[in-house]
Design a protein around this ligand. Structure first.
Ligand SMILES: C[S@@+](CC[C@H](N)C(=O)[O-])C[C@H]1O[C@@H](n2cnc3c(N)ncnc32)[C@H](O)[C@@H]1O
Length: 242
């Protein structure tokens, strides 16, 4: 698919050159992007269908996720307060890399680990975070599986946005939080944002926790001093320490 796009654009450019028409810088940039995607593509097992779904989700968020910027900014502010030098960050369920981009553009980071079940999401994230390739660590894994965290250790901060509910059952949250706590340094910080079940948020009380249940799940998993940093538009942001 990507090769086809490149071949088509190359032919169009060649035709323009041969007929003395202008060649636009924009087109040569697109060729470079397609080449980069082609190289990245070789390292990802990404089906067209899963990539299409991941891109659809990303587009929906860009169009309708008005509340996200509020939480992105809160998370960046919190990390800035916590960091006193280059920081190591793990993001669970990192998706298309929107939060990572915001953090990396604002904070001095020595290592940023992406962790997602979907290779398509990682693929989109890598394209979005190309400028930070040297400090990125890209992981495919299931946040429910303890063994999938085996290479993820000693982080200063773990962030997680709009992801825990994907487990499908709120009763699994303490186990997920326990796995996450084991990736942090002693005293490390967990910043977790998700939808809540209440009248401002989600109806489904099997999948989504109330704000109090989120706090209890953090305590049950061993996190200390959970603090509600923000409640906005049916989501909360909690901070807790390892
Ligand atoms: C709703 S999206 C949020 C993505 C990102 N945090 C953001 O806000 O842009 C949820 C993400 O969690 C990932 N995910 C779902 N279940 C997962 C699991 N069991 N383990 C790891 N990631 C998972 C999905 O692939 C998706 O990228």
């Amino acid at each position: 698919m990507i090769m086809d796009n490149r071949a088509l654009l190359s032919l169009q450019l060649l035709e323009r050159l041969m007929t003395g028409q202008a060649v636009f810088k924009r087109d040569t940039i697109i060729l470079t992007v397609l080449d980069t995607m082609k190289n990245i593509n070789q390292n990802f097992k990404v089906s067209e269908e899963s990539l299409r779904k991941a891109k659809e989700w990303e587009s929906r968020m860009i169009e309708h996720g008005f509340y996200r910027e509020h939480f992105f900014q809160q998370i960046v502010n919190e990390i800035a307060l916590l960091s006193d030098g280059p920081t190591s960050i793990l993001e669970i369920g990192s998706g298309p890399g929107h939060l990572a981009e915001k953090i990396l553009n604002s904070i001095e980071v020595e290592k940023y680990a992406l962790f997602d079940l979907s290779e398509s999401m990682n693929y989109i994230a890598l394209n979005c975070l190309n400028a930070y390739q040297e400090i990125l660590d890209i992981n495919v894994g299931d946040f429910l599986e303890k063994t999938d965290y085996v290479n993820l250790n000693n982080f200063d901060i773990v962030v997680c946005m709009q992801t825990i509910h994907e487990a499908g059952d709120k009763n699994l949250a303490p186990d997920i939080y326990k796995h996450i706590s084991e990736t942090l340094k002693p005293g490390g910080c967990f910043l977790v944002c998700d939808f809540i079940h209440d009248k401002t948020g989600m109806d489904n009380n099997t999948m989504y926790m109330t704000s109090d249940e989120q706090r209890e799940a953090l305590l049950e998993s061993g996190f200390k001093s959970p603090v509600l940093l923000s409640k906005y538009s049916g989501l909360t942001l909690y901070k807790a320490y390892c």
